[in-house]
Design a protein around this ligand. Structure first.
Ligand SMILES: [Ca+2]
Ligand SMILES: [Ca+2]
Length: 105
């Protein structure tokens, strides 16, 4: 059985790997024809950052773009700060993951 060895990796490497993973998911979603246009509407689902009434990879991309930022930084997005602790990090991504796939009818 082949073994994949991943050495070290600082914060930037981990962030890059996360972004690559999220972009791969986005591309796969589009290819599979499951992508849809976002429509602004009020929503109460945690993790539905773009307020299209579904928690999907498009919301994760918004987190990825704002990842590691704090208020005042370039790319800061208040809506991506799901736990409202003024930093976009893995805790926000975990909240998104907990609600992934949820839809508002
Ligand atoms: Ca959404
Ligand atoms: Ca946060």
């Amino acid at each position: 059985m082949p073994t994949i060895l991943i050495k070290g990796g600082g914060r930037k490497t981990k962030r890059k790997n996360l972004l690559v993973t999220l972009m791969t998911c986005l591309i796969a979603t589009i290819i599979l024809g499951q992508a849809h246009l976002s429509v602004k509407a009020d929503t109460d689902i945690p993790g539905d950052i773009n307020e299209d009434k579904v928690v999907d990879v498009f919301d994760a991309v918004i987190i990825a773009v704002a990842y590691g930022t704090e208020p005042g930084d370039d790319h800061w997005n208040e809506k991506a700060d799901l736990n409202t602790d003024n930093i976009i990090n893995i805790d926000d991504l975990v909240i998104w993951a907990d609600h992934f796939g949820e839809k508002e009818i």
